[in-house]
Design a protein around this ligand. Structure first.
Ligand code: CP
Length: 340
């Protein structure tokens, strides 16, 4: 079966343009076109079909090696990349900073060069410092780098699985009203989701305490503010107003250390004004999708009943994460137009 669709050669002013160069790295969504995102979501649809089989195994990446290199804790991203690689028959090696020579002071760059020298094909990296995956991408010429979350900067594979989940449920992303609630300043998920949803034509409304909101989009992403997508993104600190007519409401994890840093008046006040709960959702569209990237602080940014209720697609996000990461590993390693 075909696990991917060929990206059509683009037409430029009626003239057949060159086929885009195959992508080597996934660092953020800012350099993805709408066509490339659509092609990845289409590939993920084929991957999901593989995941529904009794025997979840295809030989697509046999003989390829994926290293997951995590300098921060993770459940969803690390395990789903491991599952994605194994379903595609890649050899997957999991590394964390703890127990590695990082503890003896080895630099990130030397760790990357060492892993590259072992002949791996792809490094999936999570790191507390923004830009760590970019550093590896600049200096390692034989491996693909996938950003699995870097500092406050980006989490592109989370954004792609969020896009997939909305498209899968609603049939389209264009014109959908997506309300993202919480800490926009410090959320790498929000930063990548804003790019992704806006590029796919959704209207994005950011809501939360003014202290955790960008006063203008320059503070969230200067490149976004300068792009043609900026008009699709709004800030409204009044969640009751922002949520009106929403197709999708996404709560972000409240990093409680923000309260100690003076960004929040109190948890009680945060819950009163910005918790995603039943009363608030009545103002959204009937059947509104409720999302959360996880891990959740249930009872704080989202009520328990909504987190596990009929509108929640939080577990679908996790399931879809495996398919989307399979699609990315496949496309980076084999290319976009190959048959398996
Ligand atoms: N959403 C997300 O990145 O979750 P993990 O930290 O568990 O990977």
């Amino acid at each position: 079966m075909s696990l991917s669709r060929t990206i059509e050669t683009p037409e430029i002013g009626g003239v057949q343009g060159p086929e885009p160069a195959p992508r080597k790295h996934v660092l953020d969504l800012d350099d993805f076109s709408q066509e490339e995102i659509s092609a990845i979501l289409e590939s993920a649809r084929s991957m999901k079909e593989v995941l529904r089989r009794d025997i979840k195994k295809v030989p697509a990446l046999r003989g390829k090696v994926v290293v997951t290199l995590f300098y921060e804790a993770s459940t969803r991203t690390r395990v789903s990349f491991e599952e994605a690689g194994k379903v595609l028959s890649a050899d997957v090696i999991n590394m964390s900073a703890s127990g590695s020579s990082t503890e003896k002071g080895e630099s990130l760059l030397n760790t990357g060069l060492t892993i590259q020298a072992m002949g791996v094909d792809t490094i999936v990296i999570r790191h507390p410092h923004s830009g760590a995956p970019h550093l590896l991408a600049q200096h390692l010429d034989k491996v693909s780098i996938i950003n699995a979350g870097d500092g406050l900067h980006a989490h592109p594979t989370q954004a792609l699985l969020d896009l997939y989940t909305v498209q899968d449920k609603l049939g389209s992303l264009e014109g959908m009203k997506v309300v993202i609630v919480g800490d926009m300043l410090h959320s790498r998920v929000a930063h990548s989701d804003i790019w992704g949803f806006a590029k796919m034509g959704a209207k994005v409304v950011l809501s939360g305490p003014a202290t955790l909101m960008p006063t203008d989009l320059m503070r969230t992403s200067g490149d976004l503010a300068r792009s043609s997508f900026a008009s699709l993104v709004e800030v409204d600190t009044d969640l009751d107003q922002a949520i009106e007519g929403a197709d999708v409401v996404m709560a972000l994890r409240l990093q409680q250390e923000r309260q100690h840093a003076g960004y929040l008046p109190s948890l009680r006040e945060y819950i009163r004004r910005w918790q995603v709960n039943e009363d608030r959702l009545e103002k959204a569209k009937p059947g509104v999708m409720v999302m959360h990237p996880g891990p959740m602080n249930e009872g704080i940014e989202i009520s328990n009943s909504i987190a596990h209720g009929g509108n929640s697609v939080i577990e679908d996000q996790v399931t879809n994460g495996v398919a989307v990461r399979m699609a990315l590993l496949y496309r980076l390693t084999i290319g976009s137009g190959q048959e398996v």
